[in-house]
Design a protein around this ligand. Sequence first.
Ligand SMILES: [Zn+2]
Length: 412
Amino acid sequence: MLNKQHIIDRFISYVIIDTESDPKSETTPSTKKQWDLANKLVEELKSIGLQDVTIDDNAYIMATLPSNVDHDVPTIGFISHFDTTPDFTGANVKPQIIESYDGKDIILNAEEDIVLSPDYFDDLLLYVGQTLITTDGTTLLGADDKAGITEIVSAMEYLVQHPEIKHGRIRVGFTPDEEIGRGAHKFDVEKFGASWAYTMDGSQIGELEYENFNAAGAVVKVKGKIVHPGYAKGKMVNSMYIATEFMNSLPRLETPEHTEGYEGFFHLYSIEGEVEETVLEYIIRDHDRQHFEARKEVMVKLTNDINEQYEREVVTIEIKDQYFNMKEKVEPVMHIVDIAEEAMKQVGIKPLIKAIRGGTDGSQLSYMGLPCPNIFAGGHNFHGRYEYVPVESMLKATEVICKIAELTAQKK
Ligand SMILES: [Zn+2]
């Protein structure tokens, strides 16, 4: 049996260390303080008995749990990130432990009247009777993704202590700067040397994800002509009106606020305009690769149509791909999802398989040659003061990791 208090203590020892990343920094890790936890993790991985524990100049940590079987088993990996988001402060985290949660409001901070309430966050009611770890209302918690790290370290420790559980070679990877989109950038897939891996970075217990958006960004520039308004007849071209034509020609209901599930969208997130020039910035998202390409074509065609109408090049568009749906890379090796699903069922969890409406480090890693679905780490309300994690979910995630290791060794 996993020791609950041990897992709570481990998690708290991580979240009290501030590891906020910084998108404006160009170094890796983006903030020096991420080294504080990284160095601690290196020592801990050594002390629980892992081998080849390494940390490189960019603070990427890798370690190995050697195989304990004679036959050939593919090497698998488990990955999480130790930075926290710059969206909300992660300094001076003071976790609070709520034993056997009663389903009522949780006063996070009486002084500042900050309440974590199931009236607003109804998923709290999934965890009545369980032990919750919350913030004190003034910081984030950092369960994203220190819950993932806790689970991976605890599972490796458990497997070291229980050699009767048979498994192949397992690699552990901890990265900096995931929250600023750079977690996979300097990840050495070859050195990691796994056939596939799982990021332990999802939310609610049971989550298992292997589909994410295809993503691109588009910058639309509209050229106008400024002339004195009193003498403008037949001469002035107001770029803002032409930009409005562009905006209104895209389907109004294919936007984030009108879509869910597998529905893609165009999202206009910035307009800057004067008569002389207007710049529109969009992101384009779609799970389906063909629909994704078609969306990009729609924007190009619209650009051409407007230019034709004005008989000169008034609009230019620049589209850049950002990331792709990992489904393309995972589907050919679907057994890696099946193993995770089976592992969840065997430890008594109902798998919740759904498509991510965003990207993960796993999607980048999948395109770098390491197929990498995402598994729940257990926390809720990431990136803010209402973040919390049920300890029972962390225990279950730890069991899932051990079970995946075991099932992988049994296949073939
Ligand atoms: Zn995360």
